[in-house]
Design a binder for this molecule. Structure first.
Ligand SMILES: O=c1ccn([C@@H]2O[C@H](COP(=O)(O)O)[C@@H](O)[C@H]2O)c(=O)[nH]1
Length: 271
């Protein structure tokens, strides 16, 4: 998917919501455990109830890998369902990969070719040659960790290196990489006060912003400092939406939570 197609979808739906599909079998409604594939049954119900309210879905691969081959199959069925039923929706494999070049190429093939995701998250720690293999794929997007939502972000990311915070070095340096137009960045919603500085370095690129909902990030603050003329934001909420109810009305409850966020986004877009 191209960035323009993503922007068009945002305009049509008046939403820049990304729903995180982080399926934990201990948290899903217990009646689903009788299904042959409870993870896919859960995801399908959430997708069917919310696809008109969001522009992206983000399964975090940890929640699938934890269940071994069954989890990986459920991830495959979920992305196939999304690509067949809702090809306009942007898909993110939150896998946080990155390795020496030839290994990164294999990761990129796994997520972009075999699973056919639109994007994958990567860690910048191993540098240019670990990220460029992902950037080589046409109309695919590499979402690099910049300033994460967790407390540990202060351990390294905000430390000063050669006179500048490390996350700023990461943002600035990555702009010179081959096919850097295919880059997006992760910035936690809990770090909204850093967004003005981030926008000074990345004025137009898309930011994936997790941390609204369960982690307490504030949508208004993120938009105030992070929004661009083409929106430039994908706001993710996972637990806050998908676990809104543990009962048979779970998909309806997820839709209500999604609609509340979408309405808030519509108001912001109309300002
Ligand atoms: O900085 C980051 C990077 C990734 N995440 C991931 O996003 C979701 C957030 O889930 P919630 O339930 O809405 O808190 C989850 O998959 C994280 O691993 C992040 O939170 N922060």
């Amino acid at each position: 998917m191209t960035t323009n197609q993503l922007v068009q979808q945002i305009k049509q739906k008046k939403s820049f919501l990304c729903i995180g599909l982080d399926v934990d079998l201990n948290k899903i409604p217990q009646h689903l455990l009788k299904e042959e594939d409870p993870i896919f049954a859960f995801n399908k119900a959430i997708i069917d109830a919310t696809h008109h309210l969001c522009v992206a879905y983000k399964p975090n691969t940890a929640f699938y890998e934890a269940y071994g081959i069954k989890g990986w199959k459920a991830l495959g069925k979920t992305i196939t369902y999304l690509n067949e039923k809702h090809p306009e929706i942007f898909t993110i494999a939150d896998a946080k990969r990155g390795d020496i070049g030839n290994t990164s190429t294999m990761y990129a093939k796994a997520f972009f070719e075999d699973l056919a995701f639109d994007s994958v998250t990567v860690a910048p720690y191993m540098g240019k040659d670990s990220v460029e293999p992902f950037l080589a794929f046409k109309d695919k997007h590499t979402i690099m960790l910049a300033l994460t939502s967790n407390q540990g972000a202060f351990d390294f990311q905000t430390k000063t290196v050669e006179g500048r915070e490390l996350y700023k070095q990461v943002l600035e340096t990555s702009k010179s990489w081959k096919n850097s137009k295919n880059l997006m960045y992760v910035v936690g919603a809990t770090k909204a006060e850093y967004l003005a500085d981030i926008r000074a370095i990345i004025p137009d690129g898309f930011l994936l912003v997790p941390g609204v909902g369960a982690q307490g990030g504030n949508l208004q603050d993120v938009c105030k400092y992070g929004m661009t003329d083409a929106v430039g934001l994908l706001i993710n909420s996972s637990r806050g939406i998908i676990y809104a109810s543990k009962n048979t009305d779970f998909a309806e409850a997820a839709a209500k939570k999604s609609e509340a966020l979408q309405k808030e986004m519509e108001l912001i877009l109309n300002q």
